[in-house]
Design a protein around this ligand. Structure first.
Ligand code: GLA
Ligand code: ZN
Length: 668
């Protein structure tokens, strides 16, 4: 890790994604002047420009990029360069057709799009290495080039070419050693699945994933992530060797085939995220919406401040119908929200909307007309606002509540849907929302993290067993933390097989309960619950809307060790415990057999926070978020993430916030 060597630009900075190769060079100067005047401090360039950098094999042309870099440097604007490997040029595909990805049906993907190259192809790696090394060498002494973005929005490499198939088999063979071992680990005695040779191991092909052994699927997902991380390391090694003082990142997002974030960023200097919050927010009370969830997840990847590499700047469209316009206030509010959650740079996608190509309706700050309009004005206002908060430089977020995330759990849950519309992220979001609503900050961290210092640990849907995690959670509870565990925990072993023990298996001692039966609920079905008479929970929210469960019901056995906090009030399990609390060591462990309605979860969250001595804020409206950054001073952020004016009473002061307005105060 080059953590102490790399130089990050000072301050909290606003930037733009710029594509000089899309515009006439005469326009570059005007653009750069306008950016300087607005207050832009960072420009990201180059991620799709391979055909301009290397018009034919071995002939590099970076002079135009030199000119663009100079143009920005002269205006004191720093540059993030991208390796252009996401889009190899047409000549390269033509000359080496084997670098095109093969899809699940065994077909080579049509060229002309992006991201469709096989990350494992030896010739692609060789040509990538040459251009990356050339680029790194060329700019190693250019002090305005501050860092590199590797490729663009890397997904787990799901290519099925022969190279990738044999890579997968090597990965499997290395992991299991013998076919007997893998047969045992996967339980291949079902459906005559036993391998007699590793050559029979196939990645999931066609659309048959749901019919394949879930153990194989989970391993393929792990392999695919490892393979993408290996590619990231391959690129970062090249850059770091030549240019050790520049930071290296890759821009990530939440997509269908996400690599394991913690592995992917392990050797990179900072996390960067492509941030596209919703244009239209749900109006009803029950729907969970908190974009802060994404930001907290990203900050938690390295447990430090991060960057936004692409930030929403206009309506989105192109491959789908166009969205509503971004509403007044969103440009500024969403950028400041990212900063409130630990972003030190917010780079907006993109300076000007493309006039050609598949993305011509994904708006940038400036429209097709090239007449600066409302969004440009709001962008300039954002830049001036950020100029006023430069003292935030060096401050960090620090929270006492952690939610655990695991890419294994996410995949396994997706591979075998447990109940209609029951998604892995939902219970994480539910608890995130409940604590945010009480004015408390939350870290979302890897399930492998040591949990020292956290007062409340939310471990939702701990589906696939990870022994290290289990022992960390037991430890944290023993030392006095409050732990939340939920339904579907303890279900699978590390190989994604069910376990012949009563749920929640590995968590039975911790929770003090046993589940005798369970029921998956169809979407829309609710089961009434009632608080137990003996509970000390202040059930004010839930009294407004009632207390009910959805998605899933674990029927918990009665025992005299644990306290029952709520019971089912209907169905054949009427009267059975639904929510329990156990004392474990110095801590308390809550178990939620069902997913509570929003008001219900807030009641429980309040109880936990109060008993852990955390300072809660009562009466915040849904969508009003209070967060802090700490340094020499404490900075308080109050954000109105709603479309209505809101009033918030914080520290005995009434603050009125327009839609998407952010109030920033330094406290002391
Ligand atoms: C992603 C990509 C960008 C662009 C935007 C908008 O974030 O990284 O290149 O495609 O989406 O579509
Ligand atoms: Zn491949």
């Amino acid at each position: 890790m080059a953590d102490n060597v790399v130089r990050l630009p000072k301050g909290i900075n606003i930037g733009v994604d710029y594509y000089p190769e899309h515009w006439d060079e005469a326009l570059w100067v005007k653009d750069a002047d306008m950016m300087r005047d607005a207050g832009v401090k960072l420009v990201r360039m180059g991620e799709f420009a391979w055909c301009r950098f290397e018009p034919e094999e071995g002939r590099f042309d970076f002079e135009w990029l030199d000119r663009a870099v100079r143009l920005f440097a002269e205006r004191d604007i720093y540059v993030v360069l991208c390796t252009p490997t996401n889009t190899p040029p047409q000549w390269l595909f033509e000359k080496y057709p084997e670098i095109v990805q093969v899809d699940k049906w065994g077909r080579r993907i049509q060229t002309g799009i992006r991201g469709h190259r096989c990350l494992n192809s030896p010739v692609y790696r060789e040509l990538s290495e040459k251009i990356i090394a050339y680029m790194a060498e060329r700019y190693k002494d250019e002090r305005y080039v501050v860092g590199y973005q590797i490729d663009n929005e890397l997904e787990s490499n799901h290519c099925r070419c022969d190279v990738c198939k044999s890579r997968f088999r090597e990965w499997i063979e290395k992991k299991y050693g013998t076919v007997e071992e893998i047969n045992k680990a996967y339980g291949n005695n079902v459906w005559s699945g036993e391998y007699s040779d590793f050559s029979q191991v196939m990645p999931p092909m066609n659309d048959n994933e749901k019919w394949l052994n879930p153990s194989l699927n989970l391993d393929f997902n792990r392999y695919a992530s490892d393979s993408t991380c290996d590619y990231v390391k391959f690129q970062s090694d090249i850059i770091r060797k030549i240019s050790p003082d520049k930071f290296i990142t890759t821009n990530t997002w939440l997509c269908a085939n996400m690599p394991d974030f913690y592995d992917m960023f392990e050797n990179l200097d900072i996390v960067s995220f492509d941030n596209y919050p919703a244009h239209v927010l749900p109006e009803d009370d029950e729907t969970l919406y908190s974009h802060a969830f994404h930001l907290d997840l990203m900050r938690g990847v390295k447990n430090k401040n991060f960057w936004i590499m692409e930030q929403l700047s206009g309506m989105i469209g192109s491959w789908g119908p166009m969205s509503r316009a971004i509403q007044p206030g969103m440009m500024e509010g969403y950028s400041l929200q990212a900063i409130a959650h630990g972003a030190d740079a917010v780079i907006h996608f993109r300076w000007r909307t493309a006039v050609s190509g598949a993305e011509m309706y994904w708006q940038g700050i400036i429209d097709h007309s090239n007449v600066p309009g409302r969004r440009y004005k709001e962008f300039c206002e954002l830049c001036s606002k950020v100029r006023e908060i430069q003292e935030l430089d060096g401050t960090v977020c620090r929270n006492r509540i952690a939610i655990l995330y695991s890419s294994d759990n996410e995949y396994a849950f997706k591979n075998q849907h447990q109940a209609e519309e029951m998604h892995y992220f939902e219970q994480m979001k539910q608890w995130h929302d409940a604590f945010i609503c009480l004015g408390l900050g939350v870290d979302i961290i890897s399930q492998k993290e040591k949990l020292n210092g956290y007062r409340i640990i939310v471990a939702p849907t701990m589906f696939v067993e990870n022994k290290e995690t289990v022992s960390n959670i037991y430890d944290a509870a023993a030392k006095g933390a409050t732990v939340i565990l939920t339904n579907r925990s303890g279900e699978r072993d590390y190989n994604n097989k069910c376990i012949m023990k009563q749920l929640p298996v590995a968590y039975s001692e911790l929770t003090g309960i046993k589940v005798s039966e369970y029921e998956a609920l169809p979407d829309g079905m609710q089961v009434l619950l009632k608080f137990s008479e003996e509970t000390d929970i202040r059930s004010e929210c839930a009294l407004k809307s009632g207390l009910f469960g959805k998605r899933w019901c674990d029927i918990i056995e009665e025992n005299d060790k644990v306290e029952v906090l709520a019971r089912y009030d209907e169905q054949f399990y009427k009267g059975a415990p639904a929510v329990t609390r156990n004392k474990y060591g110095n801590g308390e462990v809550y178990y939620f057999g069902t997913m509570l309605n929003r008001d219900g979860s807030i009641d429980f969250a309040r109880q936990m926070a109060v008993s852990q001595g955390l300072d809660i804020i009562e009466g915040l409206e849904k969508g009003v978020e209070v967060t802090y950054r700490y340094g020499d001073k404490t900075w308080r952020f109050i954000f109105n993430n709603t479309q209505k004016e809101q009033k918030a009473i914080v520290d005995e002061e009434e603050i009125v916030l327009k839609p998407f307005e952010m109030n920033i105060t330094s406290l002391h």
